[in-house]
Design a protein around this ligand. Structure first.
Ligand SMILES: CSCC[C@H](NC=O)C(=O)N[C@@H](C)C(=O)N[C@@H](CO)C(=O)O
Ligand SMILES: [Fe+2]
Length: 285
């Protein structure tokens, strides 16, 4: 991981998700919320009317996303990580409105593969003191729905396991920071991405309850990376041309791997791509 300083705010903020975690710890949370209320605020909006999206506030019409059917959320275990340039990563992700047992099993399986995903490059990365995933979005396991899981500590049994369904960002901080990001769909590739330092989010938890949360530091970083996946935006879409240049050969190697495996032409090529319009700013897609 690039810098330990980023882990510092994490220890005070990652544990602040009472309603979003798989293993809620309410008394501890109450204590932590009291201690850190100035930096992280979580507001349960259950039983209130849906949050007003920032765009709606500005008078734009908000196009409702298509709702996922049971067939859209079908999966086979063990899940497999979808790698760039598979078109699944660019497909539209449907909104979830069924908070059933199947969704809970999918979430469990996503955590399993997030912690355990390991191929040769990742083994090498492990030797270089990098471990596995700290976040995962549903399209990365071939399910095109608006679901993400993350645990910024990246170790089973440590930190908190966060589940966000149909998330929306209502505020991005103006202050931005670079961070050396990796992505499970781009094994072994790391490069700097500049993102807002903090975000305000409206989402549902695994039971369908609405909540609002402010994130900063590493949790905000992981959230934004996964939120981009839910919009079909990949981390290299947000890299500067100079940074992109440093990973261009690795992206081309993944394109070749896809072509060899599928015997299909790569659906996108880093050398000929036009910059995705949606990825030119935050809160503008
Ligand atoms: C910093 S946001 C990264 C989120 C990403 N999620 C899915 O693609 C992810 O988990 N990437 C991993 C490769 C990663 O960043 N792992 C960390 C911790 O092990 C690392 O330093 O490699
Ligand atoms: Fe990713």
């Amino acid at each position: 991981m690039a810098c330990a300083a980023w882990l510092q705010p994490l220890s005070s903020s990652h544990a602040l998700f009472p309603t979003l975690c798989r293993r809620p710890t309410f008394p501890a949370i109450f204590h932590r919320l009291t201690r850190f209320s100035s930096t992280v605020r979580l507001v349960s909006t259950m039983n209130r009317s849906p949050p007003v999206h920032a765009q709606a506030k500005r008078g734009f019409s908000v196009k409702e996303d298509e709702v996922a059917t049971a067939a859209d959320v079908e999966f086979e275990t063990p899940l497999k990580i979808v790698e760039y340039p598979d078109p699944i990563l660019r497909a539209k992700n449907k909104r979830i409105d069924s908070f059933d047992e199947n969704l809970k099993i999918l979430v469990d399986e996503m955590f399993d593969i997030m912690y355990n995903s390991c191929n040769l490059q990742e083994l090498l990365a492990w030797f270089l003191h990098r471990t596995d995933g700290i976040g995962l979005s549903a399209p990365q396991v071939g399910i095109n729905v608006q679901l993400m899981v993350f645990n910024p500590v990246g170790e089973r049994g440590e930190g908190e396991e966060i589940v966000l369904v149909n998330p929306r960002v209502s505020r991005y901080s103006q202050k931005t920071r670079p961070f050396n990001e990796g992505c499970l769909s781009f094994p072994g590739i790391y490069a700097d991405v500049v993102r807002p330092e903090s975000v305000k989010i409206d989402a549902r938890d695994i039971n369908g309850a609405r909540f609002t949360v402010n994130l900063s530091g590493l949790p905000a970083r992981v959230f934004q990376h996964e939120f981009d996946h839910l919009q079909g935006i990949l981390f290299f879409d947000r890299m500067s041309e100079g940074v992109l240049e440093t990973i261009c050969a690795q992206l081309q190697a993944l394109e070749k791997k896809y072509e060899d495996k599928t015997e299909l032409p790569s659906p996108e090529r880093i050398q000929t791509r036009k910059r995705m319009k949606a990825a030119t700013g935050f809160g503008k897609s």
